[in-house]
Design a protein around this ligand. Structure first.
Ligand code: ZN
Length: 166
């Protein structure tokens, strides 16, 4: 099931999940080149290549150029292989993922964070590229409210995972 590829991958992309005009522009450039952004194949433009801040045997970490609203930190942990769903990750890849997550938390010196994955059918995940990837997010501090009052839901976790377009 697990195969290492060296060929170029054509990633499926979902433009209507994009949240930023620059993101859409870059996605169009990638689409024209027929390359997968997360496979680091890029397009003709240098800036469509992910900037890697750390990498292991199976994963790399890159800062999200289009951070979700409300995030203080927003990074992506991406498998080197063109894997569409987490189902296809090997045990070795899963172990290293845990190490990458820990490394990033230590490097950022954060006392808490959230992680979620976009995997599979993009009409359900909000992903823009079908190469699966984990999001590593640190939100702002929850606002203080008078005792007995509730914090509105959208402020409990200031980072929203929805896909509002700018
Ligand atoms: Zn890929």
């Amino acid at each position: 099931m697990i195969e290492l590829h060296s060929e170029v991958h054509m990633a499926e992309m979902k433009m209507d999940n994009a949240r930023d005009p620059e993101q859409i522009r870059r996605m169009k450039a990638l689409k024209e080149s027929g390359r997968c952004y997360f496979c680091k194949e890029g397009s003709a433009e240098e800036k469509t290549l992910p900037v890697i801040i750390n990498e292991g045997e199976y994963w790399y970490i890159t800062k999200n150029d289009f951070p979700l609203d409300g995030s203080v930190h927003h990074y992506l942990i991406v498998p080197r292989r063109h894997v569409l769903q987490t189902y296809y990750l090997s045990p070795e890849e899963r172990v290293e993922l845990g190490g990458m997550e820990w490394w990033l938390a230590q490097d950022l010196k954060v006392s808490g964070y959230s992680m979620f994955v976009r995997s599979g059918d993009m009409s359900l995940t909000g992903a823009t590229i079908d190469h699966c990837h984990y999001h590593f997010l640190v939100g702002g501090v929850k606002p203080e409210v008078p005792e007995g009052e509730m914090v509105p839901l959208d402020q409990v976790v200031p980072v929203v995972l929805a896909y509002k377009q700018k």
